[in-house]
Design a protein around this ligand. Structure first.
Ligand SMILES: Cc1ncc(COP(=O)(O)O)c(C=O)c1O
Length: 466
């Protein structure tokens, strides 16, 4: 296999990579050179805009990961349902869904109407209004751990609120996280996220910062996902200082790696045993695996949970949900939680409309999401395997991950065996065939993706394989 090799850092779609921008790629089964030429020939408008943007906007993009698009970041004009149209008029079936938020697809009518209705009434009040408690009540009904909720604007922010609450509740300062899990870009949590092998070897077990300029944090204790013994050891060594365990209950950011049977229950038990809080970071899994998120799907209830992405139906909303005894610290003003735009009425109008849509017909939206997603995931896996490729299709239904490696990974380190350069070529071929996917192997489904879209996508996969 023509992999970049473990630890080379290329093509993983992480912050420190150049994501397969390998201009010297030799001819291969995906015809990468021809595909690249073909995409470039029909995306001239995007290429010109990117060149212009780089002169005024740092990196030419609004968030670093978007630079990793191959051959070059595209510019889009409109999105509708499962499709997105670029400035050159190319229409793509979209499985990026803005990196996850668009659970109902692009510009769903119900959300549009709700936003339009609110627009005329005011954009932000910096004060109370009915949508706040209406959405809060819906969230408390839907999310198992939610006695109370609090609003903010981004996942990064809300994770910080969760950790602050955990520190306040326990009087401790450290937290335990898992390698490969992403919890936003704040210094305190942007550690041990997709480190290279060299970094792991050099770290001596300490949490590894991702980029320059980060304060050297001492709060994070990082261990491998699915390694119960390492969690036990961490609590044996530092249990009296650990305020919380934080995890993505399905590790979507590094390959959709599931917790092995019993691991989430183990994390629930060991955190309680040591007086630490269990925090599920449901920024991706929330409103995606089920209306009540991974905690509903897996039946394990954390003390606190963070939500963003799909929570706002495409608008910037994040939510902290949790048990009354912890959320009460915010309620009593002992833990500071602030933000000028928190509870923005336009955002909450969108969230209310999206939640109503997702709650209808006793979970019909989720039955559809899972059915379509599984048809696509297993269909693609079968096509790639029949072509003789060593494919792993991890996760399921509403969010899954395709990688080229021999065996399913249990941990981030095992996921490093994947041939990321091959995936990048595959993604490029799909783009040329009219299917837009993320550079890191993650695929998101929306309720707008129908049976015909799945068939059209599988047809594109067949053509990409050749
Ligand atoms: C699991 C998880 N937590 C937190 C975040 C940070 O969210 P945001 O990008 O809204 O700051 C992300 C973003 O991708 C995420 O996937």
């Amino acid at each position: 296999m023509r992999g970049r090799g473990p630890g080379a850092g290329g093509g993983r779609g992480g912050y420190c990579d150049n994501s397969g921008l390998d201009m010297a790629t030799p001819p291969n089964r995906w015809n990468a050179a021809r595909r690249e030429e073909s995409v470039r020939s029909k995306t001239g408008g995007s290429l010109a805009r990117y060149a212009r943007a780089q002169k005024s906007l740092a990196g030419g993009v609004s968030t670093a990961l978007r630079r990793s698009a191959r051959p070059s970041p595209l510019y889009f004009e409109r999105g509708s349902g499962a499709r997105i149209t670029d400035v050159d008029g190319n229409v793509y079936l979209d499985y990026t869904l803005a990196w996850g938020p668009l659970i109902l697809g692009h510009a769903p009518e119900v959300v549009n109407r709700a936003i339009e209705a609110q627009l005329g009434k005011g954009h932000t009040f910096g004060a109370q209004h009915d949508l706040e408690y209406e959405v809060a009540e819906m969230l408390c009904r839907a999310i198992p751990c939610a006695d109370l909720v609090a609003f903010a604007n981004s996942g990064t922010e809300i994770v910080q609120v969760a950790l602050r609450v955990a520190r306040a509740a326990t009087g401790r300062t450290k937290y335990l996280k898992f390698e490969g899990h992403y919890h936003g870009w704040d210094d305190s949590v942007l550690v041990s996220y997709r480190p290279t092998r060299q970094q792991i070897e050099a770290s001596g077990g300490a949490a590894i910062p991702v980029g320059l300029g980060q304060r050297p944090g001492r709060e994070a204790v990082a261990v491998e996902w699915n390694d119960r013994a390492a969690v036990e050891r961490a609590f044996d060594e530092a249990g009296a200082d650990i305020a919380a365990i934080v995890c993505e209950p399905l590790l979507c950011n590094s390959g959709c790696l599931a917790a092995e049977p019993g691991v989430l229950a183990f994390l629930r038990e060991i955190s309680s045993r040591h007086g630490a809080l269990l925090i599920f970071d449901e920024v991706i899994t929330g409103f995606r695996l089920a209306l009540g998120g991974a905690q509903q799907h897996y039946g394990i209830v954390p003390d606190l949970a963070t939500f963003a992405k799909a929570a706002g139906g495409g608008l910037p909303l994040s939510v902290l949900a949790g048990r009354r005894e912890y959320m009460g610290l915010i309620g009593e003003g002992k833990v500071v939680h602030a933000g000028t735009l928190n509870g923005n009425p336009i955002v909450l109008a969108a969230a209310k409309a999206a939640l109503e849509e997702l709650s209808q017909d006793d979970g019909a939206a989720y039955r559809g999401l899972w059915a379509r997603g599984e048809e696509l995931r297993t269909g693609m896996e079968s096509l790639l395997r029949t072509a003789g490729l060593p494919v792993v299709a991890a996760g399921g239904g509403p969010v899954f991950h395709i990688s080229f490696q021999e065996r399913p990974a249990r941990t981030y380190r095992e996921s490093m065996a994947a041939d990321t350069a091959m995936y990048s070529d595959f993604a490029l071929a799909l783009l040329d065939e009219g299917v837009l996917v993320l550079p890191d192997g993650r695929w998101y489904l929306s309720t707008a993706h129908g049976v015909n879209d799945v068939e059209q996508t599988l047809e594109a996969v067949r053509r990409a394989i050749g």
